[in-house]
Design a binder for this molecule. Sequence first.
Ligand code: MG
Length: 348
Amino acid sequence: MLLRADPYTLTLKHRFSLASGSRTTTPCVLLEVNAGGFTGYGEASMPPYLGETQEGAMGFLASVESLLPQDPARLPPEGTEGLKSLLAAIDQSAPAHYAAKAAVDIALHDWLGKALGRPLHRLWGISPDAMPLTSYTIGIGDDDFVSARVKEAEAFRILKVKLGGGNDRNTIDSIRRATGRPLRVDVNQGWHDREEAARMVEWLSGQGVELVEQPFAKERADDTAWLRERSPIPLVADESAVRLPDLERIAGVFDGVNIKLMKCTGLAEARSMIARARSLGLRIMLGCMTETSCGIAAAAQLAPLADWADLDGALLISNDPFEGATVRDGRVTMPEGDGIGVRKKGRE
Ligand code: MG
């Protein structure tokens, strides 16, 4: 199997502001696996605050090549279940590198779906008809900036807003001057005072906000559980839950979990996380980083299993090298092609 990795810098359409800072690009590595006349695509998207770099990902991916079977016919004929031991070996070959591992996972799944002639969601018996509405993140700025972003987001029925920057009520007021659409808010660990947080969730629920993501720092499980008892709207873990073993810790602390391929090393683990989260009574959001349509199309394969989708990543960038995952009527459309179903622009 030939593996080809290329660093690629995603250009954001608009400056992206979070409680932790703001930026205009996202480093990424695009991956291809080639074997038996099929090409599988993958990507590692690495927002800087997560600590992975293009250089680190390139080094890891170079080390992975020797773990792949030289003869693609030795890849599992029984479907994606057989990929699990290979992906586990790759995971165990080095700590961290979550996004780079996700790139390998996505590319191998895409390759296998193409080799078997089926879209992944069909292999997994997932109905594309159950696709949940997806939210679209709008940036924060003055009223003119906000109303321009709201207009831009016309195709979306739910908007997502980043809070935790210290000006939260003004931010929501500014959005409410532009639209009455339902909102989801993501605090990105930006709240500090729990009494103030309790007043905020109460106020937000009266402002048409349907959930709050990661209100406190990830270590503050006690404060989060305290807030959850008082919150009229669900609290969803993002930074507090990265991989499968984290789910046990957040059950009873949060109402739901935001599962992202770039955090959890890809589709195989995301599928296990969805099953485990359900058994723990956690609701499920399927989220993303700023990513190309490759990562989004991969996540879309699982999205019908989620309660909430947040798969706007490719729409936030201006240099998407892939096509095949679009948004229609507030929902990501399920790609129809085999594997993850995307095409590289300019290629057959
Ligand atoms: Mg988040």
